[in-house]
Ligand binder design. Structure first.
Ligand SMILES: *[C@@H]1O[C@H](CO)[C@@H](O)[C@H](O)[C@H]1NC(C)=O
Ligand SMILES: *[C@@H]1O[C@H](CO)[C@@H](O)[C@H](O)[C@H]1NC(C)=O
Ligand SMILES: *[C@@H]1O[C@H](CO)[C@@H](O)[C@H](O)[C@H]1NC(C)=O
Length: 923
């Protein structure tokens, strides 16, 4: 959903007639317009005022605690370094005696991080060395710096460049007689020169455009630099409409994390967007590592690339023994909070991704329907419109899981109500959809219409559930319903109340088959600074909005997830779509990339955007198919479906002023090609589902950049227009108009062969090969040595396909081996958490295909059976096959060999998927 479209368009037109269809940059701050970013960014490297006080060292089994002193200000801090499981250290720094508590977030981590015992702590006058297994941290006393080693190699260095800043809380300076120099009382009282914070004009109050920020607590920024010797690229810190590999910010603004509703955002930009995940990965041929900057306030991140570092020798020299190596540096700057950072030491990309999800959790397995195709529009006008569209999917033989309703369904944007003129029988509408195995998803936004006839507004007002202004009155902003207030999801009472709103007897017209879309949860405030809430608003517990802004949307979806969970008595898996998110949001919701545009750049950027959130814990990502703003032509529309079919969340959505664009609205050829893309997606749902289950268990992203599996291939480090689905499929969409070929990078250093999924043509050369394309397909390949499960009977929806048989696609490697997994359960409930599932390992080895249960204690009675096996690159001269299983005994199976594509097909093994079996290939 857009920001205040008409007002924004009007303003854009007013300001400059040439800027239509472009973001209005003036609405959003640059670093030099933000006091704390200015203060942090002007620090010169190599002059840190911080030093440790070794005499204060205390330690116990898993952590050390030691004081840190700022010799410029005389302020003392407490440093804690904790050893955690999975090659992770946690560094925590806070003021020793803060004037009042500083904000520490407790909602991003999924649990208390698990500590491990330290092996040893050694102290000298210069340093303290903390050892845990093959990892160690050396804390240098003066100047303060922390070096993290693994296997004897320096992996990460913190404060190596000396850019650390920790602005202590202070009392507001009394202005001197002249009123010019705001010299602080505190500064006058001691002999320290201070940290210079007070001299910034925005230190104690700040204005942006017509908005005033009272800043009652003054400057309180925290910042720290991290160097990654040996790394060639940095990744992460979503959400930005930019390349996956982060770019140098040497001559641009830093990357910004501040959840914002950016109207008509542009691509290749470091501007803030709707979500923020402050995790950064560094990768080079030798190592992968990462830092998770656990801070929920506005954050900017400067990046120095390897190329910058080769030029600026002096900076490299701050890091011990790394002059000859490539290196990336990052500098995190946050407006408030404390320094709380997790160092994840790898060594491989998949290790670091896992280490991050060990901290923030994984996504719970979604219902199968969530992985199918979704149809949305702002707006389907009324219940007849919904019925007609859903029916048209059947008449056009197109699968569909859910119809979606945007804000116009509710009575005057009063959520939890229906517009009774357009939707007089919502329950009947829902039943008509569910009767065909489909769902309804409706939007619920966090802004509450200030209307005395609205129960929710009256409740929230009388119970005091709204976020407050500084003066304690309910905050009022402008959003879709007009004058609005915002529920405070940091208050447990508000969460309880909100969860209750979803009870089926409270939210009339809904059933357990109605799922929820949370939009505008940055929060979007049309008349607020940067289209969001004022920073000096007050949340539950007295915390300023400044402290918690980036996790505001997360708190909202957390409550919605809980509501859907409880609504079904804990039996059905919730589905929530969110626009705003923070670290850990994968535990509650699916995200999409917001209000994109119907142009090729936005189609292209959907891949790096989703890859970036996927490696940051949130695999369940998609982009509005077709582009939200403007109208795609049929070619862009087709290419978007073909690319979208390989992103985890697959939904068409469009702006209210666009033309209708359901798959049949262009021409017969377009409908046919879209149908092929949808059918291809559905045929691979068993693989998607298996990967989502594996993500839940092991934290690995479902979609992955090439370097995740091919960490030594430098050429692949910056590729972000390809993706790997799991480790078995390589996808390279068409992102250009009129393409007749695309350059596909085949990773694997000649040890891997990639097979076109349609033709089974093999490609072995490592590096780029030009692959011809027509409008009918994009290049997708399956890796040699892999086994992929599919379902080839495509029906109206996943509900109808649940008991359908499976097909296995096996590609034998050069040794005649292959393997793959398949996960099966009831596709909807939490019964799988009580052992009701099948997790199957399928292997090909020595002419024998074997299916074994990985989790022997789990069981699930499936009606699905094995329909067919295709073996590419099979052993030569196979004449027949013999199946053996407990229930079927020995059965001889028919095989056919196709010499044109070198594929052996085994028809109708007909064994139930819940059984263990072997099939021997016979000469
Ligand atoms: C170590 O000390 C810290 C801080 O005093 C405490 O929170 C933690 O529980 C202690 N851990 C152990 C294993 O005693
Ligand atoms: C500084 O000194 C003044 C005058 O003695 C006193 O009122 C004030 O509280 C002191 N401020 C601090 C921060 O100690
Ligand atoms: C539900 O389906 C029936 C039968 O097709 C139809 O008559 C009715 O209008 C539908 N109701 C709604 C609200 O779509």
């Amino acid at each position: 959903m857009a920001s205040y479209v008409r007002l924004a368009l009007f303003l854009i037109l007013l300001c400059s007639p040439f800027l239509v269809d472009a973001v209005n940059r003036d609405n959003f701050k640059r670093c030099d317009q933000s006091s704390f970013c200015r203060r942090c960014r002007k620090i010169e490297p190599g002059k840190t005022p911080y030093q440790l006080l070794p005499d204060t060292l205390i330690q116990n089994e898993s952590m050390i605690t030691i004081d840190l002193f700022n010799k410029d200000t005389g302020v003392s801090y407490v440093v804690q370094l904790t050893s955690l499981k999975e090659s992770t250290f946690r560094l925590h720094i806070n003021e020793k005696n803060p004037l009042h508590p500083r904000y520490e977030n407790e909602y991003a981590l999924h649990d208390q991080p698990q500590i491990t015992k330290l092996d040893s702590v050694e102290k000298t006058t210069e340093s303290i060395t903390v050892v845990k297994g093959e990892n160690k941290a050396i804390l240098y006393v003066n100047p303060f710096k922390i070096d993290l080693y693994s296997q004897g190699v320096l992996i990460i260095s913190a404060n190596a460049r000396g850019l650390m800043r920790f602005e202590h809380l202070r009392t507001k300076p009394v202005r001197s007689e002249q009123g010019e120099n705001a010299e602080g009382a505190e500064i006058n009282n001691n002999t320290y020169p201070g940290d210079g914070a007070d001299s910034d004009p925005g230190a104690w109050e700040e204005n942006f455009k017509e908005h005033h920020d009272a800043k009652p607590f003054g400057p309180e920024a925290v910042a720290m630099d991290f160097s990654f010797p040996g790394s060639e690229h940095a990744y992460g810190v979503p959400e930005h409409a930019d390349s996956l590999a982060l770019q140098s910010t040497k001559s641009t603004d830093p990357y910004r994390l501040y959840n914002l509703d950016v109207f008509e955002y542009e691509t290749n930009e470091r501007m803030a967007l709707y979500g923020a995940i402050p995790v950064l990965y560094a990768h080079g041929k030798e190592r992968s590592s990462g830092v998770f900057w656990h801070n929920t306030a506005e954050t900017w991140i400067d990046i120095l690339s390897s190329a910058d570092n080769n030029v600026v020798e002096s900076i490299v020299n701050f890091v011990s023994g790394s002059t000859k190596k490539s290196q990336v540096d990052a500098y995190f700057m946050s407006e408030s909070g404390v320094i709380d950072v997790f160092f994840m030491l790898g060594p491989k990309p998949l290790d670091v991704f896992k280490q991050y999800t060990v901290l923030t959790g994984t996504a719970p397995l979604p219902q199968m329907f969530a992985l199918g195709y979704h149809q949305s529009r702002w707006n389907y006008n009324d219940q007849d419109d919904v019925a007609t569209i859903a029916e048209s999917f059947d008449t056009h033989d197109l699968p569909l899981e859910a119809m979606w309703l945007d804000i116009e369904y509710a009575d005057n944007k009063k959520y939890f109500t229906w517009d009774s003129r357009k939707f007089p029988n919502p329950l009947e509408m829902v039943h008509n959809l569910t009767g065909k195995g489909r769902k309804l998803v409706v939007i619920i936004d966090p802004h509450i219409k200030r209307d005395n006839n609205y129960f929710l507004h009256n409740d929230a007002t009388s119970f005091g559930y709204y976020i407050k202004n500084r003066d304690g009155k309910d905050y009022e902003g402008w959003c879709w319903p007009g004058s609005s207030s915002y529920l405070d999801f940091f208050d447990p009472k508000v969460i309880e109340y909100y969860v209750g709103l979803y009870n089926l007897d409270k939210f009339h017209g809904t059933t357990n088959d109605v799922y929820i879309w949370n939009d505008m949860n940055e929060p979007s405030v049309f008349n607020g600074p940067e289209i969001t809430a004022l920073k000096d608003l007050v949340h539950h517990g007295g915390w300023e909005h400044r402290d918690v802004h980036n996790i505001n949307g997360h708190m909202y979806i957390r409550a919605t997830y809980e509501a859907l969970f409880r609504r079904s008595g804990g039996s059905l898996r919730p589905f929530v779509l969110t626009r705003s998110f923070f670290a850990g949001s994968q535990r509650y919701a699916t995200m999409w990339t917001g209000d994109n545009m119907a142009d090729w750049n936005h189609l292209r950027i959907s891949y790096p955007m989703c890859l970036s959130v996927a490696i940051s814990g949130m695999s369940f990502c998609g982009a509005d198919v077709g582009g939200f703003f403007k109208n795609p032509d049929s070619e862009l529309f087709i290419r978007w479906y073909q690319a979208g079919a390989w992103l985890p969340f697959f939904r068409q959505h469009s702006h209210i002023e666009t033309k209708r664009r359901e798959p049949w609205t262009f021409n017969e050829e377009t409908t046919q090609i879209v149908r092929e893309a949808l059918r291809l997606r559905y045929s691979y749902l068993p693989l998607w589902y298996t990967l989502f289950r594996e993500h839940e268990v092991n934290g690995l992203p479902v979609i992955r950049p090439l370097w995740a599996h091919y960490p030594l291939e430098s050429e692949a480090f910056t590729i972000d227009d390809h993706l790997l689905l799991g480790d078995s499929l390589l996808v390279r969409p068409v992102f250009q108009s009129g393409a007749t070929e695309v350059a596909v990078y085949f990773p694997g250093e000649n040890k891997v062969t990639w097979y076109d999924i349609d033709t089974m043509q093999p490609y072995q050369k490592t590096g780029y090969i030009k692959i011809p394309v027509t409008i009918h397909k994009i290049p997708v390949f399956q890796r040699s040595g892999s086994i992929v499960p599919r379902k080839m009977r495509i029906r109206r929806s996943t509900v109808a396909m649940k008991n359908d048989p499976y097909t296995l696609i096996i590609i034998a490697d050069s040794n005649g081996k292959a393997s793959g997994n398949l996960y099966i359960d009831d596709e909807t409930s939490f019964e799988y958490r009580h052992g009701k599932y099948l997790y199957v390992r399928i292997t090909l080895d020595s002419n024998k295909i074997t299916s074994t249960l990985i989790d022997k204690l789990a069981s699930y009675e499936t009606q699905s059976w094995l329909e067919r096996i295709d073996v590419a690159n099979p052993p030569q001269g196979i004449k027949s096959a013999q199946l053996e299983s407990h229930s079927m005994g020995r059965v001889t199976l028919e095989t056919t060999y196709n010499p044109h594509n070198n594929v052996l097909t085994i028809r109708k093994p007909a064994v139930n998927m819940g059984e263990e079996w072997t099939i021997e290939l016979l000469h």
